[in-house]
Design a protein around this ligand. Structure first.
Ligand SMILES: *Cc1c(COP(=O)(O)O)cnc(C)c1O
Length: 400
């Protein structure tokens, strides 16, 4: 029996799946020492014969336009990682019985490459994405990968397609590393083969004409994730079930839904963003920036981590407190009623921060601290400028 050796909150070592494989399957045990790791020096590049012209920046639509090439690496349980390839962007050809189609052996990452003022291309904290990719893949019995090697290969893809990376501020190249199980079988078990691919999409700013605050519907009839579940992993299977509640919210004129958890109605996250709440402490009046803790029910956002890091570095000296703690929707609503709710914003790679104007909760609209004439609060604005400054290399920072 193939059993999972971890429980909630126990970090999974990057090589856990690889070791499990060796333990569980004698076929790989024999050749375990020969299992190949991902090796960038074996990269083979096949260039496209029909290079495209860059799309006019104003015509870029998120995730619709792709660059000329893709990175593709096969893996097999018997041999490990095969030689990486960069090939023209193309269709995949898979047998209809391939396990990814039936049991959702799929995980992914979302990250961006930015062109700085000198025309150099930068990645932002890619090691965080690599770490998260391995946590996701190992949870669904897919192989793990050397994050440094994959980052290097992504760098080669970006270099090859660099002409298609817009050099305007706010524009970037969205990168989508993806891993799928490719074994042809209807049996439920660990895939004996996998494909890792990376595609790239030039994207414009999330808010081309400046911030536009969104409003949320607090969803109380469905949950996204639960303790011991997989809501903290970027598994494709987590996303399709979120679309209907999203449509519900949209049908009531609200741009996103806010996921609550449990009878206490803890605030967790929004769509594909983590959530930050700035409020004044009821007793002391101290300003607090609060976000849900990493208890397994929220995604470990790289942007979330960056906002927390910058808040601790730059807001705490100004008297702020920064807390990763559980916060209930009732507490948020109460702060709003008492005029202590300063601002609320989502955080994620796509928008960096996304200010929230109102939350629909139990038939009432909870105001989130913005004046009618405002589209963003002070902290959201500051965070966007700080993070963008690092991403585009205006500020020297270890995260560049
Ligand atoms: C990707 C994602 C986020 C944001 O993560 P970043 O690394 O900041 O882009 C937040 N929540 C969910 C559910 C996500 O899928």
């Amino acid at each position: 029996m193939y059993s999972l050796p971890w429980s909630r909150n126990v970090p999974v070592k990057a090589s856990a799946t690889n070791r499990l494989w060796r333990r569980c399957f004698s076929v790989t045990r024999a050749g375990a020492s020969q299992l190949a790791g991902l090796d960038p020096s074996k990269l083979v590049i096949t260039k496209t014969s029909t290079p495209q012209e860059p799309t006019a920046p104003k015509d870029l639509v998120f995730g619709k336009t792709f660059t000329d090439h893709m990175l593709s690496v096969e893996w097999s349980a018997a041999n490990g990682w095969h030689a990486p390839q960069i090939v023209p962007y193309q269709n995949l050809s898979l047998d209809p019985a391939t396990c990814v189609f039936h049991y959702a052996f799929e995980c992914f990452e979302g990250m961006k490459a930015y062109k700085d003022s000198q025309g150099r291309i930068r990645l932002f904290r890619p090691e965080k994405n690599m770490e998260r990719l391995n946590k996701s893949s190992s949870r669904i019995a897919l192989p793990t990968v050397d994050g440094g090697a994959l980052t290097k290969l992504i760098g080669e893809l970006v270099k090859l397609d660099s002409k298609l990376v817009p050099d305007l501020r706010g524009y970037s190249l969205y990168l989508r590393p993806t891993m799928i199980g490719t074994q042809k079988t209807l049996g439920v078990g660990p895939p004996g083969s996998a494909l890792l691919f990376v595609i790239a999409s030039p994207v414009g700013p999330y808010y081309p004409t400046g911030f536009k605050a969104i409003s949320l519907e607090a969803t109380d009839y469905a949950v996204r994730a639960w303790p011991g579940g997989v809501g903290d992993k970027k598994l494709g299977a987590n996303y399709a079930p979120c679309v209907v509640p999203q449509l519900h919210a949209a049908s009531r004129g609200l741009q996103q839904n806010l996921w609550l958890f449990g009878e206490e109605e803890y605030v967790t996250e929004v769509g594909t963003m983590n959530l930050f709440i700035a409020l004044k402490n009821k007793e002391t009046g101290q300003k607090e920036l609060v976000t849900a803790p990493l208890d397994g029910t929220i995604l470990e956002g790289v942007t979330r981590d960056s906002v927390l890091g910058l808040a601790r570095e730059r807001l705490v000296p100004k008297g702020w407190a920064v807390h990763e703690r559980k916060i209930t929707m009732r507490e948020v609503a109460e702060a709003s009623e008492e005029g202590r709710l300063l601002e609320v914003f989502g955080s994620g790679t796509a928008a960096i921060v996304s200010p929230v104007r109102m939350i629909s909760y139990k038939g009432k609209m909870v105001g989130c601290g913005l004046k009618e004439s405002e589209e963003a609060g002070e902290i959201a604005l500051q965070m966007k400028n700080w993070i963008e400054g690092i991403q585009y290399g205006d500020e020297d920072h270890p995260w560049r």
